[in-house]
Design a binder for this molecule. Structure first.
Ligand code: FES
Length: 172
């Protein structure tokens, strides 16, 4: 599955988004504001949206792209229904977060920053979520799961796969 953004399917949203951009284009911090607006409205920020932002705010495409890829809050492709995020803050990192991320990548068959082809799972990393006492921490759709070592990660992903696949089959 590719995540193609078809402009013709989003005409109304694009018009409204353009109007929002026109309102903020002379304000300070307008690029971050624009990216938040885009992420909230479209669920990701694909190339056509980046181009609109670049043209309206008179900011180079390379800058728009650079900011999107710097902040884990912004994504180039849609997030999965189940968004798994691994904290890479210091407390989690020293407790093995990198190994947990590698295991999650292996189990889901995707890399950090990607979404599974069926759109069910996405995997990302985040900075400290403020639950260092529970390190290493993994969030699932913003819900915090603490003390997730390798064994727990395996169990968590197995459980989520079961839940989300069943949900998908029921919805089908
Ligand atoms: S470093 Fe992971 S919650 Fe603080």
């Amino acid at each position: 599955m590719t995540f193609e953004f078809k402009v013709e399917d989003h005409v109304k949203d694009l018009e409204e988004f353009q109007a929002e951009l026109d309102q903020i284009k002379d304000e300070r911090g307008m690029l971050m504001q624009a990216l938040h607006l885009a992420q909230n409205r479209f669920g990701h920020i694909p190339i056509p949206i980046q181009q609109i932002i670049s043209d309206t705010l008179k900011v180079p495409m390379s800058t728009v792209y650079g900011v999107i890829t710097f902040y884990s809050r912004f994504t180039l492709i849609p997030k999965g229904k189940c968004d798994i995020s691994i904290c890479m803050g210091t407390a989690c990192y020293v407790q093995g977060a990198a190994e947990i991320l590698a295991e999650a990548e292996r189990l889901l068959g995707i890399k950090n920053g990607e979404t599974t082809p069926d759109g069910l799972f996405s995997l990302s990393t985040t900075r400290c979520v403020g639950a260092c006492g529970l390190a290493p921490v993994v969030t699932v759709n913003q819900e915090v799961h603490g003390r997730i070592k390798m064994v727990e990660m395996k169990k968590l992903i197995a459980k989520l796969k079961k839940e989300y696949t069943a949900e998908e089959e029921q919805g089908a």
